[in-house]
Each structure stands twice: as C-alpha cells, then as structure tokens.
Design a protein around this ligand. Sequence first.
Ligand SMILES: O=C(CO)[C@@H](O)[C@H](O)[C@H](O)[C@H](O)COP(=O)(O)O
Ligand SMILES: [Zn+2]
Length: 188
Amino acid sequence: MKDYIGFLREELAAHQALFTQLEALLPQISEVGQALRDCLARGGKILLMGNGGSAADSQHIAAEIVGRYKKERRGLPAIALTTDTSIITSVGNDYGYEFIFSRQVEALCSPLDAVIGITTSGNSINVVRAIEVAKEIGATTIGLTGGTGGKLAALCDYNLVMPSNVTARIQEAHIFIGHSVCDILEAD
Ligand SMILES: O=C(CO)[C@@H](O)[C@H](O)[C@H](O)[C@H](O)COP(=O)(O)O
Ligand SMILES: [Zn+2]
C-alpha cells in the first residue's frame, strides 16, 4: 500500500518554516490587533471578506468576534461579507462579481469601521475594489495577503504579507493571525 508520509513531511516542513518566519511579523500583528481594539472602542465594527478559503476565514474570524473566542464577554460587532447569497448573487448578476464586496462596503461601512481583506495573491479584484471603497469612506483598512502582497499591499493602512507563494501555507498563517487578533481583542 502506498503511503503519503514523505509528501506530508514536506508539507509539514514548509508549514513549520513559514510559521518560524511569522516571529518577524509579531510587531505588525500586534499593531493590527490594537487597531481593531481602537475600532471597537470608538463604536466601529469589523467587516471581513475574501474568496474561497479566505471567505471561510472571514466567516471563522467574524464568528469568533461576535460569539466567543476564549473568554466570556459581550458580543462584539463583526460581519463577514461572504454569507448573504441573495446580495452576492444579485450584485454579482446585475453589476459583476468584482462588485460583490465593494457594494456591501458602500452600504454598510462607516468611517469608524475596520475592513479586513483576505487574499493570498493580494490581487482578487472584488477584495481590491472593496478596500478602495473602504478607503474612500475613511475606514481603517487591513490586508492579509501573501507573496508580494499584490495590489492590496499598496492600498491598505496595515498590510500583513505572509512570506510564502503557496496558497495553502498562506491561508494557514492567515488563520493564525485571525486567532491572534481575537486574543488581543479579548485581552484585559
Ligand atoms: O482555499 C483555497 C485553496 O487553498 C481556494 O478556495 C482559494 O481560496 C481560491 O482559489 C481563491 O479564489 C483564491 O483567491 P485569492 O486568495 O488569490 O484572493
Ligand atoms: Zn484552502
């Protein structure tokens, strides 16, 4: 019987190498956590978006914030812009897929808010457009990307660029960051 252990060992080694490099990003992760605390303290909310696995990450992080991560506390305001299939299909159908997030930012975002775009390439056009609209509104903008950071890197107030070109590895690091900022949001 064929086994996959050699392959898995390589995947694990690549994951571990990336996580070792995350040490260098801890100051930036801390800053983003503080920016999100400031957003909530001034009465803002957190909007998140991404495609595919990053859509799942957006929902996962919003659920931690609205519900509970580790601590008993009041619910905090966060919305994943990836969940309303009526909005996504109508805006996608009537205006185009590239507008599915920007239209929601236009409708829901205030200058008090923070908007988090999650894209491993940094180039998903629907995320890029949404961040552009968030900037016009005056919200705090945060990009979680990989590789070179793509188009998003030039746009956001805070850019967390994972030092990898492999989508799966970048996503694994993104969810570590999502959990880390939840830790910071729940800190005393
Ligand atoms: O989860 C994965 C791959 O691990 C995929 O669903 C992946 O998220 C999709 O291909 C996305 O469309 C990639 O978009 P992006 O990360 O470049 O913005
Ligand atoms: Zn994935």
